[in-house]
Design a protein around this ligand. Structure first.
Ligand code: SAH
Ligand code: SF4
Length: 408
């Protein structure tokens, strides 16, 4: 998401704009993901379509970026001969300049102003670290994104400040495990405090947190700093201690539940969202029931559920993938149904409540805004509210969308 965003900004600065479909495009860029096998298969199918398109339109450039290039770089090039450039993820800024160089040469884009990076955007994603050292047994990230590295503190502050100068009101800090950010003597909470002192910045969000690293210090900063949003994405993965151990997650379900209680006590309006994997090797009916019951107990504000997919090099790749695909699909559907039910209940309870929302963008005939706790609210279009924080009342609720009126 963030790499695409960066590339977007870079292209905008060169006067290029997004095409709506292949036919309108001079350059086709595929940003790939390796986390699950399904994402890789999707990428291959896109590449097939791109290659066919290029046969009829030989001037079009095809560029592939993202995790998959780290894992399969040469193989992708061999299989799809018409790819013009494959760039890695480890040094994304360098990769983006390679892409821009190639496109400038071909299409004679002229650089307009490299500082227009955040033009008219209200929200900006800023990566503060890359890689991961946690080696959860199912996860390919440490192998394709490398070991954890925190980025230079001053560079991050400068990026946030320049985004704010260009109209951004909310920054979303990104990393696989942001809570373990450490650059020289600056840790994550000190970084948050410095960013919060940037004038005209209204809101700060961050993702993702590993439960084992979520500190009291962080909870304290969220409680005491008005710019910190009350939303935490805290992947649980499973509620069976046997499965958590096999996943190498380094916490128990009881520890996770205590953490949720602590967060809710300290930050009453907090939204907690999570990731769940179903069908991990050895997950039997009882393990699955544990996870389902935990979801009913905790009532997450939202969740992503994934069917386990074996990834090369990971520890779990050596385990027997013993839950059938039919069973994985069944468990996936049960979790999704329960989660939708809970989301609908939460949304219904919100009707009539008042919130301050940041108006982020115009989409599908509405203005899209977000509450501090991360709930999306759609409002009637009124350009004067764009990029502003406004008071609203919730009028109508659907599972994932709330509709509100401004009440200034
Ligand atoms: N660093 C983040 C997660 C990054 S991957 C974190 O630890 O929270 C995003 C999600 O994809 C994970 O939380 C997990 O739920 C899911 N995932 C990762 N590898 C997977 C695999 N091999 N099969 C299925 N889901 C997987
Ligand atoms: Fe993958 Fe675990 Fe690292 Fe998240 S914390 S990126 S799931 S290894």
């Amino acid at each position: 998401m963030c790499d695409s965003d960066k590339l977007d900004s870079a292209f905008l600065a060169y006067g290029a704009s997004k095409a709506n479909n292949f036919l309108d495009a001079d350059v086709l860029i595929l940003n790939t993901c390796s986390v699950r096998m399904q994402s890789e298969q999707k990428a291959f199918s896109y590449l097939g379509r791109m290659e066919e398109f290029k046969q009829q339109n030989p001037d079009v450039k095809i560029i592939v970026m993202g995790c998959m290039t780290e894992r399969l770089g040469n193989d992708i090039k061999k299989r799809f001969k018409s790819i013009d450039l494959v760039v890695g993820t480890k040094d994304i800024d360098n990769s983006i300049s390679k892409i821009i160089d190639l496109c400038c040469f071909r299409n004679s884009f002229k650089k307009i102003n490299s500082n227009i990076q955040f033009r008219s955007k209200v929200i900006s994603y800023i990566t503060i670290m890359k890689g991961c050292n946690n080696y959860c047994s199912y996860c390919i990230v440490p192998f394709v994104r490398g070991i954890e590295k925190s980025f230079d503190y001053n560079t991050i502050i400068n990026k946030c400040s320049s985004a704010v100068k260009n109209g951004v009101r909310e920054v979303i800090l990104l990393g696989q495990n942001v809570n373990s950010y450490k650059y020289k003597n600056v840790d994550f909470t000190s970084l948050l405090k410095s960013i919060a002192s940037i004038k005209n910045l209204e809101r700060i969000r961050f993702l993702t947190n590993h439960p084992k690293d979520l500190s009291d210090d962080l909870i304290n900063v969220i409680t005491t700093n008005r710019k910190m949003c009350s939303h935490i994405h805290l992947p649980m993965q499973s509620a069976s201690n046997k499965i958590l151990r096999l996943m190498n997650r380094k916490y128990t379900y009881e520890y996770y539940l205590d953490l949720i209680e602590k967060l809710r006590l300290a930050i009453p309006d907090i939204t907690i969202t999570t990731d769940i994997i179903v069908g991990f090797p050895g997950e039997n009916d009882r393990d699955f029931e544990d996870t389902l019951n935990a979801i009913k107990t905790i009532k997450f504000g939202g969740l992503y559920v994934f069917k386990y997919s074996p990834r090369p090099n990971t520890m779990a790749f050596e385990m027997s993938d013993d839950v059938s695909i039919i069973e994985k699909k069944k468990r996936h559907a049960i979790i999704l149904e329960e989660s939708n039910k809970i989301s609908a209940e939460i949304a219904l309870k919100m009707i009539g409540t008042r919130h301050q929302v940041l108006v982020e963008k115009v989409k599908d005939g509405f203005m899209e805004a977000k509450t501090k706790s991360g709930r999306k609210v759609f409002l009637k279009i009124d350009k004067k509210h764009y990029g502003k924080i406004v008071n609203i009342i919730i009028k109508e609720a659907k599972i994932n969308s709330l509709f509100g009126d401004v009440i200034d």
